[in-house]
Ligand binder design. Structure first.
Ligand SMILES: [Zn+2]
Length: 123
């Protein structure tokens, strides 16, 4: 499961950070998850609760913020959301990002990956 490997890396990083700061425990972890990463929030929460057990993260609160996709077109200057992002078949097919205005390939500015925005520690 994709979510599990992502969360495993994340938990490891937070444990490392908490250790560096001599924290007693982790209270809260806030994530920014790109819409284009197609990570399932429920599965992320489940993975988090399993992986955090027995670590300094146990019983901490996980906040997941989904970040909308934003693309930029070099040809016509369009800057915004790709318009077909809700297509269900999109999950299985290879992502192809085209400008909704002129149809040129676009550059993805936001909405990819998963980053740790903030970690609240009890020192
Ligand atoms: Zn365009």
């Amino acid at each position: 499961m994709h979510e599990f490997s992502i969360m495993s890396q994340l938990v490891e990083r937070v444990v490392e950070e908490a250790r560096k700061r001599n924290a007693k425990r982790v209270i809260e972890v806030e994530l920014y998850v790109g819409q284009l990463s197609f990570l399932n929030s429920e599965q992320m929460r489940f993975a988090y609760s399993v992986l955090s057990k027995g670590t300094i993260l146990e019983n901490s609160h996980l906040i997941i913020n989904i970040i909308d996709a934003r693309v930029k077109c070099e040809v016509c200057g369009f800057d915004g959301k790709p318009d077909y992002i809700d297509d269900a078949s999109y999950h299985v097919s290879a992502p192809l990002f085209l400008c909704p205005v002129c149809g040129s390939p676009v550059e993805v500015l936001e909405g990819r990956g998963c980053i740790i925005r903030r970690v609240k520690l009890e020192i």
